[in-house]
Write a protein that binds this ligand. Structure first.
Ligand SMILES: [Zn+2]
Length: 191
């Protein structure tokens, strides 16, 4: 999997480095200590420390930059389930794919398979789809490269970008992660 550095800028921490077009994303959020959180109408849940992956898609105005940028801030008004987790966590990285294909549910399935455990909050972010949830807790020390390769293997997303947003600005940047697999065929039906 070739990794190519394309940019380094503080704009990564705000999402401004991402494109303003439509796409699919996964925000990695680090929870540093056990947290007991009320998550909207879903109820109250115990979240153990660890790295959580939230998958979504951006098809509104401002595209990926606007939507991911919103997740990277702590929302003044909690609208989405992820807003409740964001308030108790730190953003680490964003995987994203820029394009018109709706990949969030298939990326959710990839996360479910990689995590190998039930989602920590059933129904999280999945009110309008058939996924079990759109939030997963990654296994400890899960390598970014393995997740990127799995995402890039999904038909329609042969190139997945990884933007590092956590820690000091010197570590911020975006890399292109290509699947080792042959280019995927595009499909008209995302499911
Ligand atoms: Zn879904």
């Amino acid at each position: 999997m070739p990794i190519r550095a394309t940019a380094t800028s503080n704009a990564h921490a705000t999402g401004a480095a991402l494109p303003g077009c439509s796409g699919t994303y996964i925000v990695l959020l680090e929870v540093s200590r056990p947290r007991r959180l009320r998550i909207g109408r879903l109820g109250t849940f115990e979240l153990p420390p660890g790295l959580y992956a939230y998958v979504g898609s951006a098809f509104g105005a401002g595209g990926l930059a606007a939507r991911v940028g919103r997740h990277l801030r702590i929302a003044a008004h909690r609208h989405w389930h992820v807003d409740y987790v964001r308030a108790a966590a730190s953003p680490v990285a964003v995987f994203w794919y820029a394009g018109p294909a709706v990949l969030e549910h298939r990326w959710s399935a990839v996360l479910a398979r990689l995590c190998g455990a039930p989602p920590p909050v059933p129904g999280f972010g999945a009110s309008d789809c058939r996924c079990g949830a759109h939030l997963y807790r990654l296994p400890a020390d899960h390598p970014h490269g393995r997740l990127a390769a799995a995402l890039a293997g999904v038909a329609g997303s042969p190139a997945v970008q990884l933007t590092l947003v956590g820690g000091s600005a010197s570590r911020h940047g975006t890399v292109t992660m290509q699947s080792a697999n042959r280019p995927a065929r595009s499909r008209t039906h995302p499911r």
